[in-house]
Write a protein that binds this ligand. Structure first.
Ligand SMILES: [Zn+2]
Length: 212
């Protein structure tokens, strides 16, 4: 309602319509944030750190930033839980995440992950999409994420991850870095660096909507 009130009230809160629009570029946008894994699905575990915890921690920071920019944000989880009972399979957990996007009539879906591989030298974020209509979202996020963090750029690639393939809306999966790299593991679990990641992804989302 602030949006419409402000358009008729110059000087509202010291700001006019254009100013409100500039400060709330995500007004009326619905974003689903999916912190990957959770509960008994921990994802990658290295040096005592769990992927599921990092994904959630960044997602909570990102939610706050997106809300400040005017977006409505729906999270697939806000605590350390899986989305299905313990006797379900992984696919059911992933489908539950897609269902969140469908039932909330979201504009975009962004899944957050960190990578873990045997080669401890690999570092830096990579972003993925499945359908052509999602490539712009992944590209904008990757560019802004690298600008913000200064991390090694592993680029944007098509991939057939479940949550990407089964979403009807533009969807991107972000591998925010390698938990298997000891130096990057310290960054990924650092509060300030997590804010940089969240800043980068939020700027990427703003830039995506501006480019539409
Ligand atoms: Zn993962």
């Amino acid at each position: 309602m602030l949006y419409f009130d402000a358009s008729h009230q110059k000087g509202f809160g010291g700001c006019d319509y254009d100013c409100i629009r500039a400060s709330k570029p995500l007004l009326n946008k619905m974003v689903v944030l999916d912190p990957g894994h959770g509960g008994f699905y921990t994802g990658a575990v290295h040096y005592g750190f769990r992927e599921s915890d990092i994904n959630l921690s960044v997602a909570l920071k990102l939610r706050e930033k997106l809300c400040r920019l005017g977006a409505k944000v729906v999270m697939t989880r806000t605590s350390d839980i899986s989305l299905v009972p313990a006797n379900s399979n992984l696919e059911a957990d992933l489908q539950a995440r897609v269902e969140v996007a469908k039932t909330s009539h979201a504009d975009i879906f962004v899944s957050l992950h960190v990578d873990g591989v045997p080669n401890i030298n690999l570092e830096g974020p990579a972003s993925y999409f499945a359908e052509k209509h999602s490539s712009g979202l992944a590209c904008n996020i990757q560019t802004c994420l690298i600008n913000e963090t200064g991390a090694v750029d592993n680029g944007v690639s098509p991939a057939d991850f479940y949550v990407l393939v089964h979403n009807n809306i533009p969807a991107a999966l972000i591998e925010m870095g390698y938990l298997s790299n000891p130096a990057e593991a310290l960054c990924l679990t650092d509060n300030d660096y997590q804010h940089l990641i969240a800043d980068g992804i939020s700027k990427g989302i703003v830039s995506y909507f501006l480019c539409l």
